[in-house]
Design a protein around this ligand. Sequence first.
Ligand code: SF4
Length: 450
Amino acid sequence: MKNITQKLSDSEYEKNFEELINPFSDNSAVIEATRCLYCFDSPCIKACPTHIDIPTFIKKISTGNIIGSAKTIYNSNWIALTCAKACPVDDLCEGACVFIEKGEKPIEIGRLQRYAVEYLLDKGTKNLFNTKLSNGKSVGIIGSGPAGLACGAELALLGYDVQIYESDEIPGGLNTWGIAPYKISRADSLKEIELIKNLGVSIQTSITVGKSISFDELINKHDSVFIGIGLGENANMIIPGDKLTGVFDAVDFIREVKKENWSSVDIGKRVAIIGAGNTAIDVATNAVRLGAEEVTVIYRRSIKEMPANDFEFELAKNDGIKFQFLSSPVELYGTSSVEGMRCVKMELGDVDKKGRRRSTPIPNSEFDVKVDMVVFALGQKFNSEFLQSIQDVKVVDGKIEVNPESFQTANQKVFAGGDCINGGKEVVNAAYDGKQAAHGINNYLSNLEI
Ligand code: SF4
């Protein structure tokens, strides 16, 4: 890449990618846990998509029963470490804590969850949970991301033989590859997967359903199949110059960063990120940590419509990232590498069917931005290609259609959950879907038996 930023030293990279939030010490965890009011009608539980019994796990920390606390958490959420580190807690549990109404700092639920779960994971995860005796039935799970892992763990506990099929050589999907490393490392994700494997879940990697094995083979081999494949395909913006060297996609960029081989990641001096969701901010803050000198987020709507949450926005501003609202690129140019970007100013109009104000270009408002790296972070869309041959699995508006309670598709043997049914939400929503779907599968297979 041209104009590549001078590489940083190893110690600079280490410092830049240090974890954003420090863990609690034993003492500070107990002090924070003791602050909790253990509310009877706990709003924090309702605000957690997996409905973790928050006051109970916090109470157990305050009495020194840390393993018991972690077990309470895992009882509701099988990817509790990932969620403790990556959940937007301000919008979920901590945002609902009664201390906010009192004008005080909410209980640090995420950090306390992390404290308990890390304690358990560090002590070793064999024979921690009572799994039921094998019932002789097997379930195949496509994808080892949050939904697949949660579904597999819950089914293993219920006595099923669980086989997860993962196309990547390293399991974990979004948990392992999609979240900025200063929030959660790859090692953390894999540590939690070890716990799930210790429940008896088998994960076969480098196997792509639809290529290495057909869906029909899967459905004949197992009593039921769960699809937890996320979205997969990047939502593209096709403009002139989008194939120039120095133009990347957000998911691929974050994956490279997650390998933690910082000096090998391509980075420009002037980086523009197109889009303003949480992933776009992840790209921007990673770019700064890799040594980019000027990082700008370009967004077609205004700050009011920006999808990134407040925590991410503050993080970006603290990192010196610039925001260019109401602007959209129309062309990238350069000889072989990208050297500049022509943008147009946008204005907002009526509300569209998704409830967002439409943005339209203002005529003759073009302006140029000097860049040597552009990253598109416009979200992902569901690639439903391999589902087309599966009888009765319907895709509507880019999402697999399921019964919202059982997570069963119109094909009774097939269930689905996570981003592929909701179009892309938080990791914690996928964890909930996976667990609920496991019970949907269990009900279906138990009723068949009756
Ligand atoms: Fe504790 Fe806050 Fe939940 Fe009440 S709302 S139980 S104070 S964490």
